[in-house]
Design a protein around this ligand. Structure first.
Ligand SMILES: C[S@@+](CC[C@H](N)C(=O)[O-])C[C@H]1O[C@@H](n2cnc3c(N)ncnc32)[C@H](O)[C@@H]1O
Length: 237
């Protein structure tokens, strides 16, 4: 398994337009006053403002810095070929949807707990992916088996290590099951996971279901984050 990131192929691509830059529900984002702000949130804000990926996303019109993670994954693994059909789990504010479209995806279907402003050529619903009715609904919207299932699902952490871990693993397992139940043979599953997470069970399942399963840490994924991506290619069907 290799997680050595390569220098990304820099393409002057323009993200599909539609909606505001944040892609979240339109309106005002409240920022606490300096007095109210805790030291850690002030640090977070400082890091956001000085983050080159945040600056690039803003300058180029990507809705999230997360878009560059998918860009790096695709530069390395060449997944988003022209005409592919993609399902994106946890798609708000829409950075991955934009990236998939800009790289030639024919159709993207997405789901998130949060509303996402429209993106041409994509269809996104506001729903909880853990609701058993949502998987079939996404498949109905796709109108056939997808070539790629993406999952950047991440819940709001509660700060309790074990609870957070269980939640993360629950979402990841569900996404993996969804991919294995629905992908087209030869298809690809990409999912956010966490280093140190007990992913052995899922990895075992993926290794049986796919020809090639790798881990990848994009440069745009913060070094101090335990986040890592699973890239499973060649779904056996
Ligand atoms: C890291 S963000 C995704 C960023 C996205 N890939 C992008 O490029 O803009 C993770 C998303 O997962 C969503 N999420 C978490 N739990 C979910 C659930 N049960 N159902 C649907 N979406 C969920 C969150 O609302 C959040 O927007």
């Amino acid at each position: 398994m290799s997680n050595e990131p390569e220098e990304p192929r820099r393409k002057m691509v323009k993200p599909p337009t539609g909606g505001n830059l944040s892609g979240r529900a339109k309106g005002h984002t409240a920022v606490k006053t300096a007095k109210q702000r805790t030291q850690s949130s002030a640090k977070w804000l400082e890091r956001q403002l000085n983050d080159p990926f945040v600056q690039r996303a803003k300058a180029e019109g990507w809705r999230s810095r997360a878009a560059f993670k998918l860009e790096e994954i695709d530069d390395r693994f060449h997944i988003l070929k022209r005409g592919v059909r993609v399902i994106d789990l946890g798609c708000a504010p829409g950075g991955w949807v934009q990236m998939a479209k800009s790289r030639g995806a024919a159709h993207v279907v997405g789901v998130d707990l949060l509303p996402v402003d429209p993106i041409p050529g994509a269809e996104m619903i506001e729903a909880d992916f853990t609701d058993p009715a949502i998987g079939p609904r996404l498949m109905e919207m796709m109108g056939g088996k997808p070539d790629v299932v993406l999952s950047d699902l991440a819940h709001n952490t509660v700060g309790h290590r074990q609870t957070d871990h269980l939640k993360i693993m629950g979402l990841l397992e569900l996404a993996g099951d969804f991919a294995c139940d629905n992908l087209k043979p030869g298809g690809t599953f990409i999912a956010k996971a966490f280093q140190g997470g007990e992913t052995e069970h899922l990895l075992l399942k993926l290794k049986l279901a796919f020809n090639d399963v790798k881990h990848f840490k994009p440069k745009s994924s913060r070094a101090d984050s335990s986040e890592i991506y699973i890239v499973a290619q060649g779904f056996k069907g």
